[in-house]
Design a protein around this ligand. Sequence first.
Ligand SMILES: Cc1cc2nc3c(=O)[nH]c(=O)nc-3n(C[C@H](O)[C@H](O)[C@H](O)COP(=O)(O)O)c2cc1C
Length: 509
Amino acid sequence: MSAFDRLVAAGRELPDLSGVDWGALPARYKRYPRQGVRLPYPPRRTRTELGRLGDLLFSVNGLSRLLWLTDADLTLHHGTPSITGSTTPSIAVPGTGGHGDALVETARPIPSAGARYPVELYVCSGPEVPGLPPGVYHYDPPRHALDAVRAGESRTEVNRALGAGDGPVPELIVLLTTVFWRTAAKYGAFAHRLLGLDAGVAAEQMLQAAARHGLPATLHTTLSVERVDRILGLNAFAESTVAAVTCGRSVPPSTAPLSRPVTAVSPETSIVGLDHLADLAEVHAACMRAAPPPPEPPVREPWGPGSQPHALTPHPLPNAEQPPDAEPSPNAALLTRRSTLSGYSPTAITPADLARVLRSLHPGSWVQHLILIHRVTGLPTGSYRYDATTHTLLRIGPRPDLLPTVPPLLRKEYGEAAAVLVPVGDYAGGGELGHRLLTLETGRQLQRAALAAAAARLACRIHCDFPGPTLLAWMGVDTSSLDTLALMTLGVPPRRSVPADLCFSPALE
Ligand SMILES: Cc1cc2nc3c(=O)[nH]c(=O)nc-3n(C[C@H](O)[C@H](O)[C@H](O)COP(=O)(O)O)c2cc1C
């Protein structure tokens, strides 16, 4: 069995968290010496070019809210009211008469597996943004600042690494990296799958935040990783580039010479030499060597055995858009989206609400979507396939009553949710780089669905803590060359006696 096969197999199992040393998890922030530029705050209230850039970065990685986990939440999430060794502060919760403590955590606009936030953002700029000298900068979420990594013009070199050749450069290039150990310290080899999903979530949020500012933006997922890592001064086995977003107009590059990279104050741990992550290191090395990109692996149509499309009953979904003022726009949802903490109110949603979430997806040949319908007015309970071209649901089988062995939180959500989204694809078909691109694309789709759900005032939560092959088999789907890539429960937000989280400042809403 190759390292890649072993990682794919690990990604199909439930992650084992029994040996996690909660007190020893690595920091979720990277720090550089404080030389650079403070970004205007609060980000939503600024009108300058620099403020706009700050808002773009804040919308992805900013410390936008405080998350309150009560004893009841912790029991539901971890099976115990306290996480042994956790270094996160615990405070008394107002409104509980002193009876309840809460674990308080900083949280960000984007969801992240285990709230590990492995994605770091770097900006390559020229002279176009007033107040920001040409250079490479790291976004520091706690200080909402750009720390200088290199001075000078980097965009020509980065552009070449993106395969764009010489000539004009984009006004800004935002590079997205993932820090392996940050997620792998908790999830081991299972992190391979999560890192790609997290990167896809962040990339999608970046694109949507750019659209909010009317900034043209393009995502690049195939690039010379080695060259970009070198430009950023990274140890490629501790932190490595996964994607780039080029923003703004094409402009002539400046002539400012590029200085040597600054060393981070908090260097990240390399996974080389960590025995249990040897496969992750080997697969990452293979990804870096893999170019040009592999062809998109075709995804088999996920019909149940013996069911052919013509034999399935189509359920067309409504197309009507809601009146524009009836609900927050997906733009507003960029900062208000959050994962449900305590399941759902077991109430039906309308087909129009479900349609809005499904419309946000753009399934291609990489990712297809199965949907488990539980409480959607007028739709029979069951497992469906979503056909994006006709915006139709096709019923392929029954909905399993229960999920196979899953943690209590997911069991509760599954019982109360109105619907469950199950993106499927072929993990192994595209090789090392294909797997990375597939997980990235899945992360993008999940984030689109999460933003659409928030805009429709629905709650949701992404999950990877379930045995995918068993779920597909229970749905009556033939599992050869087909994997569940993640799962998203979706439903009506529950009522809570204690606030689940708070925005740092009303100005951020
Ligand atoms: C790729 C990915 C996988 C996730 N997997 C799980 C999971 O298996 N179980 C779970 O309860 N939450 C899961 N989550 C949700 C995170 O725990 C949640 O995003 C994080 O705690 C931050 O909270 P927020 O989404 O409210 O900002 C996942 C999120 C992402 C992006």
